[in-house]
Ligand binder design. Structure first.
Ligand code: NAD
Ligand code: GLY
Length: 360
């Protein structure tokens, strides 16, 4: 097992990464405030991993309340969130009861938001079971649900007390979902870690083959990058916005097509190509760099073009982006592979042209 730390003063927490961690209740128990915990999972992950997690905790004398959600991005909304609150109240959960989110980013984001709101905040633990959740969404305390008009628009910052990434759970993850997670892994290389990008170019086939050492290294390196950014800028006043490379365009794809049509990571990959195209049009990166990025996404099994919704539709959807300031859109763009910047100094005709060039 490897352990990293997210340094946030009194709200610091460890990220444990390793094989078979779901069975190790002794890693979880010290982070519970009382001997009662709620496990929030869904109807796909529950049958695979809930019982193993529950059994270990019950053996450690912890009372467990299960909450099983419907599966999918389309359910990351108010109605589903309310079913969590209904269950927490019905089961007399207290402010000191711990909520454990067992699943991918959808369960983690929704469980975390429920934990942020219930009785004004209860402790929570992330047990991510997708690659995307293990390298990104479980770390950093962003929690949210979607709104029909915009992705992740309703949410809160609420840090977990512990992240437990059991790499063995990835064995049951569908290939398409694994590829979606690679989009966020590649993101770290692009925004701040050129050496990692080089490593990914050399090791992407090993990763796609779930080679354990390559996988553990990629997860650890991704989490290290994320932990450093979050420690420097917990609530996204500056540097943390770089983690949204490709997301302004990607969120437009997810909202425009309807949640769940494209996977989040797929939309991020196509959105990153739009950001790369725009960076190239501004003369910041050259076409060789764009081709390198495109090739890596392709080898990871990811789309490199967005759906042809039309540039005006993209721009309208992007107007709700959380990086909009004083009505002005801001973009995460690439200075080079390994260095991203946030800028509002972009001609909207270039943005439209970059979108059109990267749609089909
Ligand atoms: P997801 O949670 O929908 O999981 C993908 C699919 O895999 C689901 O059907 C799920 O039930 C299934 N699954 C999960 N673990 C499995 C396993 N081990 N074996 C088999 N099936 C499994 O999707 P995701 O890609 O994990 O997360 C995407 C969400 O994360 C989006 O809503 C996105 O907005 C959010 N996100 C949040 C942050 C953040 O910082 N909070 C960062 C990135 C993404
Ligand atoms: N996934 C973007 C962030 O955590 O800030």
């Amino acid at each position: 097992m490897r352990t990293l730390n997210v340094d946030l003063g009194v709200r610091s927490y460890p990220i444990h990464i390793g094989d078979g961690l779901i069975d190790r209740a002794e890693l979880i128990v010290p982070f519970l405030r009382t001997r009662k915990a709620v496990i929030v999972t869904n109807e796909v992950v529950g049958p695979l991993y809930f019982e193993r997690l529950r059994a270990g905790l019950v053996r450690a004398d912890v009372e467990i309340v299960p909450i099983i959600l419907p599966d999918g991005e389309a359910h990351k909304e108010w109605q589903t969130l309310n079913t969590i609150f209904d269950a927490l109240l019905r089961e007399h959960c207290e402010r000191s009861t711990t909520l454990i989110a067992l699943g991918g980013g959808v369960v983690g984001d929704m469980g975390g938001f429920a934990a942020a709101c219930y009785q004004r905040g209860m402790p929570f633990i992330q047990i991510p079971t997708t690659l995307l959740a293990q390298v990104d969404s479980s770390v950093g305390g962003k929690t949210a649900i979607n709104h029909p008009q915009g992705k992740n628009m309703i949410g809160a910052f609420h840090q977990p007390r512990l992240v437990l990434a059991d790499t063995a759970t990835l064995d049951t993850l569908p290939e398409r979902e694994f590829s979606a997670g690679l989009a966020e892994v590649i993101k770290y290389g692009l925004i701040r870690d050129a050496a990692f990008f080089d490593w990914l170019e050399q090791n992407i086939d090993a990763l796609c083959a779930l080679e354990p050492q390559a996988l553990a290294w990629a997860i650890e390196r991704s989490c290290r990058n994320k932990a450093e950014v979050v420690a420097a800028d917990e609530t996204e006043q500056g540097e943390r916005a770089l983690l949204n490379l490709g997301h302004t365009f990607g969120h437009a794809i997810e909202t425009g097509l309807g949640y769940g049509q494209w996977l989040h990571g797929e939309a991020v990959a196509a959105g990153t190509m739009m950001a790369a195209e725009l960076s190239c049009r501004l003369g910041w990166i050259d076409s060789l760099a764009v081709a390198r990025i495109e090739r890596l996404f392709e080898r990871a099994g990811l789309p490199t073009y967005g759906p042809a919704l039309g540039a005006p539709c993209y721009l309208e959807l992007m107007a709700h982006d959380k990086k909009v300031e004083a009505g002005k859109l801001r973009f995460v763009l690439l200075r080079c592979i390994g260095q991203a910047v946030v800028t509002g100094d972009v001609d909207m005709s270039d943005v439209g042209a970059a979108i059109e060039a990267r749609c089909r």
